[in-house]
Design a protein around this ligand. Structure first.
Ligand SMILES: C[S@@+](CC[C@H](N)C(=O)[O-])C[C@H]1O[C@@H](n2cnc3c(N)ncnc32)[C@H](O)[C@@H]1O
Length: 251
């Protein structure tokens, strides 16, 4: 499936999958869907099965060494990667896998600032390691749990990137102040009514004093990060290098 291609898209995602009909899926709705229709990004879902060469169109085989399940073949996956990269060779080739580097906002920003991404979705037990290494793929995980396929992980990664593309989010500032952008979780939000079920909006937010509001929000963000995410707090303000520094945009 190739979603509305013209006009030329400045950011192009190609997804290699056994289930191309899963795309754009939720990315065809709301902000991402509108941006797709406006040509602010492009999406190309490529069926890995189209690169099978035998008469059974096989894409997988049993694991060498024994064990349950099936493994995606390196020759078929490699041919699919070559076809995707032909349409944009400067894009990083990412394989979604639970043993990858955890996806975070810094990585997302790196992807969003580049020309796009090529995402390889695994199925079954996974993908033959030789093609992952031969192609120098970036191995990325969306969390410490196991999905049945890489497609939901690809949708997560794309959603996070697309909202950062120029013109996709309504207010440019909303991407800068939210969680993780400054290494902190975001402060809590409130709206009207100012009294609800006996619960009041914090008075400082109704004071009109912008400096006090900013100070309160900063304190809340720091307190939440310290208590909920000590790992983030420990890194906050330090110059700890990122696991994929230099790779996300260096394809
Ligand atoms: C059933 S999983 C394979 C799990 C693999 N045998 C393991 O134990 O790590 C099938 C595919 O789902 C995708 N997947 C599963 N969990 C994921 C995660 N947390 N992040 C990214 N991709 C994931 C990968 O593409 C993987 O090849």
């Amino acid at each position: 499936m190739t979603a509305a291609s013209p006009p030329p898209s400045p950011w192009q995602a190609s997804v290699l999958t056994l289930f191309p009909e899963m795309f754009p899926g939720p990315l065809g709705q709301s902000l991402a869907g509108r941006a797709l229709r406006e040509g602010r990004w492009g999406l190309d879902a490529i069926d890995i099965r189209g690169f099978a060469t035998d008469r059974h169109r096989s894409v997988d085989d049993t694991p060498c060494g024994g064990g349950a399940g099936m493994v995606l073949r390196p020759d078929v996956v490699d041919a699919a990667c070559a076809a995707a990269l032909a349409a944009g060779p400067d894009r990083p080739l990412v394989v979604l896998t639970p043993r990858g580097v955890p996806l975070d906002q810094r990585m997302v920003r790196g992807f969003a600032e580049g020309p796009g991404v090529v995402l390889l979705c695994g199925r079954f037990e996974g993908i033959d390691q030789r093609v992952i290494e031969a192609r120098g793929m970036l191995e990325v995980s969306i969390g410490d749990y196991v999905l049945s396929g890489g497609e939901p992980a690809a949708l997560v990664l794309l959603d996070a990137c697309v909202r950062l593309l120029p013109g996709v989010m309504g207010a440019a500032a909303s991407g800068e102040e939210e969680s993780f952008s400054a290494g902190l979780l975001e402060y809590p939000h409130y709206t009207r009514p100012t009294q609800w079920n006996g619960l009041a909006v914090p008075p400082v937010l109704l004071s009109g004093n912008h400096a006090e509001v900013a100070r309160w929000r900063r304190e809340q963000a720091e307190m939440l990060t310290r208590t909920r995410r000590p790992d983030l707090w420990a890194r906050h303000g330090s110059a700890t290098p990122h696991a994929l520094d230099g790779q996300v945009n260096a394809a």
